[in-house]
Design a protein around this ligand. Structure first.
Ligand code: NZQ
Ligand code: ZN
Length: 384
């Protein structure tokens, strides 16, 4: 096992009815800015519930944080927050709203152009405190310190991490996910699945707990993902999915093990240039990435084949082939297509995608830094 430092300060309020408990988590007298997306939280009544819980606070609202939240939109919220001297943020929504709120939290006290936090890795030394009410299990943003922000004007989708960006608290009420459209349920399952893959399908580090934890999370997604689509109002299923997605990217399974993240980086360029949902990009890239990297990932792919897919027969190469096929079929069973052509993207799109990776310095990705531009191109070609 590799050395690691692990601390996760986010307090989780899990279960039905927990929105009522948020007032106790926010400093008395705080001026709170509620941030949300395109209106699902208005339609579902979640926003009203949040406002009722905050009746003793001064509350402002910022609506319209879009999927793949943009710098352009978020800077409007920063202006509002500065103007109103907001000192607490509450994100109500999915990963995009939470990520966007992390950006707002860091941008409010930032001197200079906050985009530098992403583009130039400018130091984040202060951030406004914030919490979240999660409505879409997928990204893990509710219990991690990362955010991914898009700048429309420059076709960039970049991530940043900072320990000041852990939410103070997150409400995980599974019943708030009953209203998710099937596409978003499926996206959430695929995103969580690939987060686990990025931290598990690398090379052995003799990290038994992390491995078995990762396998347990994958098996839960395989069992409960399809059930959530069939039985949208099954609370137990939603509860298991919600906690799985959080644990998939809250630092626990990634502590002390090598990590990959190449699939995510290739995926981000697909979202920027072609507008695919985040999870759709991952469903396209991961099977091709595993194929291209199969030699380096051999030992873990064999372990994955056996422990996750029950593949014990036949020679090793055939088991790896089967494990990759099963992964693809699982995504497709959730109605998430796994080929670029399924999204109307042809091979002529590959050179611009590779050029974006180059422009973003994504030239040595993966747990061995071996995914250079030539290999990335191979992955996109295999995904065609
Ligand atoms: O905007 P509204 O109207 O709220 O609708 C949203 C949105 O259209 C809808 N939705 C959310 N909860 C709902 C609901 N509709 C009905 N009922 C509900 N309960 O779902 C749509 C998608 O929401 P979004 O927040 O964009 O999805 P997701 O949670 O998948 O977040 C994706 C973003 O997270 C980033 C991605 O890159 C992408 O920008 N990621 C963040 C990570 C992190 N912070 O650690 C890691 C991930 O790898 C990922 O990159
Ligand atoms: Zn992801």
């Amino acid at each position: 096992m590799q050395n690691f430092t692990f601390q996760n300060p986010t307090r989780i309020l899990f279960g039905e009815g927990r929105i009522a408990d948020i007032a106790a988590e926010i400093p008395a007298g705080a001026r709170v800015l509620i941030t949300y997306g395109g209106g699902s939280v208005v339609r579902t009544g979640t926003l009203d519930e949040v406002k009722a819980a905050l009746k003793n606070f001064t509350v402002f609202e910022f609506a319209g944080i879009e999927p793949n939240p943009t710098y352009e939109t978020l800077m409007e919220a920063v202006a509002l927050a500065r103007r109103e001297k907001v000192d607490f943020l509450l994100a109500v929504g999915g990963g995009s709203v939470i990520d966007g709120t992390k950006f707002i939290a860091a941008a409010i006290p930032f001197a200079g152009d906050p985009w530098d936090m992403l583009a130039k890795r400018a130091a984040v030394t202060r951030a406004i405190a914030f919490g979240s009410v999660l409505t879409l299990p997928a990204t893990g943003s509710e219990m991690n310190n990362g955010a991914v922000i898009t700048r429309r004007a420059s076709s960039d989708k970049l991530a940043f991490l900072n320990d000041l960006l852990f939410p103070r608290f997150s409400v995980l009420d599974p019943s708030k996910t009953f209203t998710l459209p099937p596409r978003q349920v499926a996206n959430g399952v695929v995103d969580a699945f690939v987060h686990i893959a990025e931290q598990y399908l690398t090379y052995p580090a003799d990290a038994k707990v992390q491995d078995r934890f990762a396998e347990g999370l994958l098996l839960t997604l395989i069992e409960e993902g399809p059930r959530a689509l069939r039985e949208p109002e099954n609370y137990a299923v939603r509860a298991n999915l919600m906690w799985t997605a959080t644990l998939a990217l809250n630092g626990l399974i990634g502590a002390g093990v090598p990590q990959d993240w190449a699939t995510h980086m290739l995926g981000h360029e697909l979202t920027v240039l072609h507008g695919l949902d985040h999870a759709q990009t991952l469903a396209v890239v991961l099977p091709a990435m595993l194929q291209v990297q199969r030699a380096e990932k051999r030992d873990k792919l064999l372990q994955y084949a056996e422990r996750v897919w029950g593949l014990r027969e036949g020679d090793a190469e055939a088991r790896i082939d089967q494990a990759i096929v099963r992964t693809r079929l699982f995504f497709e069973s959730l109605q998430v297509p796994t080929r670029l052509s399924d999204y109307g993207i042809g091979v002529e799109a590959i050179a611009p995608l590779v050029a974006q990776l180059k422009r973003h310095g994504m030239v040595a990705l993966g747990e061995h830094r071996s995914v250079d531009l030539a290999r990335a191109q191979q992955v996109y070609e295999l995904a065609a």
